[in-house]
Ligand binder design. Structure first.
Ligand SMILES: NC(=O)c1ccc[n+]([C@@H]2O[C@H](COP(=O)([O-])OP(=O)(O)OC[C@H]3O[C@@H](n4cnc5c(N)ncnc54)[C@H](O)[C@@H]3O)[C@@H](O)[C@H]2O)c1
Length: 322
């Protein structure tokens, strides 16, 4: 059994906390949060060590999940790796590229598993879509929803768009040669929506829209490739494929009709809890039963693109009057 420790039991950490008991091969050995009141509110478990200092729990665990705020990820992850622990750190791993490289180097030298928590990778539809991809030339992605006050100090790129960047980089698997990024401040001090275009070295294009100021939640991605238009709904984990599309105008007696025809395929998607799948994958990698679904090179490439977009957005920050 792998002895798991959890560092940070806030919004995201609480999901990890609740899932540990559902996963075989691990024991929830220790839990840490800087907030003692929050620790008191956790359901009591006699054999779980509780502490406000993560250094206290390290001697008792084999692996940790870090779900503390992003600004602490680097130091906590470094201390955990230096102590010989496997690490699953919530996304983004850091907001500094060199620090991320350093953490992966330490993990490599010490033969430890270091994963970044990109839960959307384990969405059943995202897993399935990889089998359908064949030289996509246009990708459109939309991740929008209503305003949440507590998110106001987070970068929309590193908080939301990083999921889409990661998935798209995985699908296209080419170098980005051009980035165009636009967005504006609406309610907070940072851009609340962003529209980004990535151009890849094979001239394929990805357009990514993220917003935290849109009244209706919507999370989708579509892919245009030679023989298919693929539409993925992240929320329902559904995939539709449209093929043999044609459109024409038909002139009748009194009216002009527009006809769009296609063949629609609905893909069967195995749906499970993506976070549970992510933790299981981390554990299986520690046990040497599987290899990581995303290479370290890919992890770093996605982070680099996300940080470049974030920099462009910071420089171009504008305000929209509401
Ligand atoms: N993968 C996803 O979809 C996803 C979604 C939300 C958040 N996240 C990531 O998870 C991380 C946490 O986000 P959140 O929304 O849960 O934040 P949060 O503020 O709700 O929770 C963070 C918790 O960490 C605790 N903490 C702070 N410093 C600590 C320290 N030094 N040691 C131990 N605990 C400490 C805080 O007391 C708090 O309880 C962020 O990096 C965020 O980007 C990922």
């Amino acid at each position: 059994m792998i002895r798991m420790g959890l560092i940070g039991v806030g919004r995201m950490g609480r999901y990890h906390y609740n899932l540990y008991d559902e996963i075989g091969d691990i024991v929830k050995t220790a839990v840490c949060d800087a907030d003692p009141e929050l620790l008191k509110s956790l359901p009591k478990k006699e054999d779980t060590l509780i502490s406000v200092n993560y250094m206290d729990i390290l001697p008792h665990v084999d692996a940790v999940t870090i779900a503390a705020p992003t600004k602490y990820h680097y130091q906590i992850a470094k201390d955990c790796l230096d102590a010989g622990k496997h690490v699953l750190v919530e996304k983004p791993i850091t907001t500094d590229y060199e620090q991320a490289v350093e953490l992966f180097d330490i993990a490599d030298k010490k033969n430890l598993v270091l994963h970044i928590g990109h839960v959307e990778r384990f969405n059943g539809a995202v897993q399935e879509i990889k089998k359908l991809i064949d030289n996509p030339f246009l990708i459109e992605s939309r991740r929008v929803g209503p305003y949440v006050e507590r998110m106001k100090n987070d970068s929309i790129v590193l908080d939301l768009m990083i999921h889409d960047i990661d998935i798209i980089m995985n699908i296209v698997n080419r170098e980005v040669i051009d980035i165009e990024a636009k967005g504006s401040v609406v309610y907070s001090e940072l851009p609340d929506f962003a529209n980004v275009t990535l151009v890849f070295d094979n001239n394929s294009v990805a357009n990514i829209l993220v917003s935290r100021v849109t009244q209706k939640k919507d999370r989708m991605m579509s892919i245009s490739q030679q023989d298919a238009f693929i539409y993925l709904d992240y929320t329902n984990q559904d995939i539709n494929i449209y093929r043999k599309g044609s459109s024409q105008h038909v002139f009748g007696n009194k009216e002009l009709k527009y006809i769009n025809e296609y063949v629609l395929e609905r893909v069967f998607v195995y749906k499970d809890n993506p976070l549970k799948m992510e933790i299981k994958h981390f554990i299986n990698c520690i046990k040497g039963e599987t290899s990581r679904i995303v290479t370290v090179e890919h992890e770093l490439r996605s982070l680099k693109v996300a940080l470049s977009i974030d920099n462009i957005m910071k420089k171009r920050m504008g305000r929209v009057r509401v």
